[in-house]
Ligand binder design. Structure first.
Ligand SMILES: *[C@@H]1O[C@H](CO)[C@@H](O)[C@H](O)[C@H]1NC(C)=O
Ligand SMILES: [Ca+2]
Length: 369
């Protein structure tokens, strides 16, 4: 419960910080959009005819939450909004719970929040289709890449795709991620939230955790977001603004959804330092609520022009880690060869020049005599 202790420390700090932090520069007004929100008692969820949300795979409606996947291997589940979203500026508040028997980093796989063109399509990216069009925000609880010294899991990341990019599961999506952060969101006795904001083409993702459970979470989250403080606990940013990317262009009319997968961990056993062998156990992935707020912001005429409608998702000036041209520093040999051949070329040019000049002089002399 060390993590929980740190979260509580964070809360104490937060109360202080709330008084100090100024409001965000943007003055916004927000309205809950019921047609894009999901909350208790989950009326009509998964029913064929009525209801705003569809269930997929192993997802189940319970009284207190929607279980995307139970803590059993090779399960996947999703819940998708039936109504396309035409809002320009919005905020999605995801109240979730990830819990299981597994020890730290021996669980999986995580879940995703989607804003995509296609819906209800199972696939390999946290239970949903690859080469998607739109936005995916991932809460990855299992490090697939072996060399993960500098990255601590669970890890939150975001990806925008125009359909051409493939999520690299073996590398935890690193080659295509827009940004990310570590967030200790497993097995907490507290309310855990992910807040995805999309305002004037700026995408921000924040992770938050509230010590006391109960009502009033929305007002509390609002205050937290307005405070714009980054809280540093034990030198590790465990409670924080996680992703902030400007110039993200997302088309309107896409669908919100969330999906999860538990992966196949059956064959893997790991012996710990004491020589004991422990099995890798997947997590329950529960969604308690999805709340979508319309944000009303004022735009200058320039901003109106800049924020024109797009038909394919795109991120301005994007430099993905996987797309960096491998510009290696020039080796000593290469440098030597370049200098050497340049000198040879210069000497050659001088010799040619002298010969031509002599020839020309000879010719001139012939003309005079
Ligand atoms: C889709 O995105 C990729 C990578 O960002 C880019 O290279 C490609 O040109 C884009 N395709 C279209 C049709 O915009
Ligand atoms: Ca992973």
């Amino acid at each position: 419960m060390a993590a929980a202790g740190r979260w509580r420390a964070g809360l104490a700090l937060l109360v202080v910080a709330l008084g100090l932090g100024g409001p965000r520069a943007e003055q916004t007004e927000e309205h809950l959009k019921r047609e894009h929100s999901l909350s208790k008692p989950y009326q009509g969820v998964g029913s064929a005819s009525s209801g705003l949300w569809d269930l997929l795979g192993n997802a189940m409606v319970m009284t207190q939450y929607i279980r995307l996947t139970p803590d059993v291997q090779s399960k996947q589940g999703a819940v998708w909004n039936r109504v396309p979203c035409y809002l320009r500026d919005w905020e999605m508040q995801v109240h979730f719970k990830i819990h299981g028997q597994g020890k730290k980093n021996l669980n999986g796989d995580g879940f995703a929040i989607w804003y995509t063109k296609d819906r209800m399509q199972p696939g390999p990216v946290f239970g949903s289709k690859d080469n998607f069009l739109g936005l995916g925000v991932f809460v990855d609880t299992y490090p697939n890449e072996e060399k993960q010294q500098e990255r601590v899991f669970p890890y939150i990341s975001a990806m925008v795709n125009n359909g051409s990019l493939t999520y690299d599961h073996d590398r935890d999506g690193r080659p295509t991620e827009l940004g990310g952060c570590t967030a200790m969101v497993r097995n907490l006795n507290h309310d855990t939230f992910l807040v995805i904001r999309y305002v004037k083409r700026r995408l921000t993702v924040s992770a938050a955790c509230r010590g006391r459970a109960g009502s009033g979470a929305t007002a509390w989250l609002r205050e937290l977001l307005l405070s714009q403080v980054l809280i540093d606990i034990d030198g590790k940013h465990e409670w924080r603004d996680c992703i902030d990317v400007p110039g993200v262009r997302l088309p309107r009319g896409y669908y919100f959804g969330t999906s999860s997968v538990t992966g196949d961990l059956s064959a893997i056993f790991v012996g710990d330092a004491s020589g004991r062998v422990s099995a890798l156990l997947p997590d329950n992935h529960d969604i308690i609520s999805l709340k979508l707020y319309q944000l009303t912001v004022e735009r200058t005429p320039e901003e109106e022009k800049r924020d024109r409608e797009v038909y394919l998702p795109v991120v301005d000036n994007l430099k993905l880690p996987g797309m960096e041209a491998p510009l290696e520093p020039m080796s000593g040999l290469a440098l030597f060869l370049i200098v050497f051949f340049s000198l040879v070329a210069i000497v050659f040019a001088i010799v040619i020049g002298v010969i031509v000049y002599n020839k020309w002089q000879e010719q001139s002399r012939k003309h005079f005599y």
